[in-house]
Design a protein around this ligand. Structure first.
Ligand code: ZN
Ligand code: ZN
Length: 143
């Protein structure tokens, strides 16, 4: 099974991601924006049995959002966010983190296949990927 190894900027924390992600999306939802401070979130999502911290767990800081059922995990040394979890404990690992650990090239099989929560966007994106207004089964944005 394919394993992806990723690490934070200072290299103290390492994650291992095994097999195939549960989802590969670009999320425009307001919750991701609030938790992660970006206009949208290109991310791979892993179940907690396919993702693990393989080094530096003692450096891992956890921020529990006061209102959302979301936690953000970061390195207490370099400050980089490594992943966040949602209410069902899936791990959302940013694409840029994986790319950084692979010579700045996101492995092709991990690229996003769709946008979600596009109706909550603050930035328009013109690519050829489908853009769901909300979750995966919601209608598509007709620009
Ligand atoms: Zn670090
Ligand atoms: Zn989101």
């Amino acid at each position: 099974m394919k394993t992806y190894t990723v690490h934070c900027s200072c290299n103290r924390i390492e994650l291992s991601l095994c097999g195939e992600p549960k989802a590969r999306v670009i999320c425009h939802c307001i919750d991701c924006r609030e938790l992660l401070d970006g206009p949208f979130y290109p991310v791979t999502v892993w179940t907690d049995d396919t993702a693990s911290v393989t080094r530096g767990e003692s450096n891992l800081g956890i921020y529990q959002h006061p209102r959302l059922k979301m936690k953000k995990y970061f390195c207490t040394n370099c400050g980089e966010v490594l992943f966040n979890t949602n209410s069902v404990d899936w791990w959302a690992v940013p694409q840029w983190l994986i790319a950084k650990s692979h010579n700045n090239q996101l492995p092709r099989e991990l690229t996003a296949v769709t946008h979600i929560f596009y109706e909550q966007r603050i930035v328009d994106v013109s690519d050829n990927l489908p853009k769901h207004l909300r979750g995966f089964s919601s209608p598509l944005f007709e620009g």
